[in-house]
Design a protein around this ligand. Sequence first.
Ligand code: AP5
Length: 218
Amino acid sequence: MIIVLIGPPGSGKGTQAKVLSEKYGLAHLSTGDMLRAAKQSGTLDPEFRAIMDSGGLLPDTAVIGLVARRTQEADCAGGFLLDGFPRTVPQAEALAAMLRERAAGSTTPAGVTAVLQLDVARELLEERIIHRRTDKETGQIYHLLYNPAPPGLMRDPGSLEHRKDDQPEAVKTRLDAYDSMTAALLPYYEERGLLRRVLGVGTPNEVTGRIVAVLEEK
Ligand code: AP5
């Protein structure tokens, strides 16, 4: 299985990717997490760090290279779930080429299995993002109101991260980048019969149930 999760910032891609990758035994490839890890370790180009912090998208070539290398790692052999990639048509074309190359000379199917678009109204997204907190150690995603971290973590202010790009100005830039760039990707996958829209509103469990129903109807 090769699953692509698309959705605006705060739509629940990371939350759902964690559950689905465990359920289906897939590697979870989040370009946002990979870039934040590079930032944390000081290996991210300072120019890219500034783009990320302000909420803009990195150049296609930078993220394509990252994903191409990651998909060659052993844990991706049985399939993977992409969270936050592709975000543009050139990235989708690069992914298609990567998958053709990977399938050459083997029985592995040559393309994406399904593209799931999480649909959440913009008014709800800002509230979800501004109250997001992430466990620095495990990467577990919480929400101060809807899904608070366990009391031990809440009492330790250093254990939870409030992402730099979760500040209101950067959030607006990210939502605009989604509307102007990523939305162009939806017709690309729709024309190929791969796009499935899933309502991303309700509890995280309800959203997972809808995704599983879509994946298992295939
Ligand atoms: P990335 O990390 O991919 O950020 P994003 O797309 O903006 O998505 P988020 O992580 O904000 O949200 P999410 O959809 O994962 O939601 P979550 O599950 O956390 O990318 C960050 C940056 O990296 C980009 O801005 C760009 O600079 C760069 N980048 C990455 N990939 C790139 C690419 N391909 N090309 C170029 N640049 C790239 O949920 C959000 C909150 O809501 C949480 O608090 C959660 O607890 C809560 N929540 C989740 N589900 C529900 C629910 N059902 N009900 C209520 N609350 C919920």
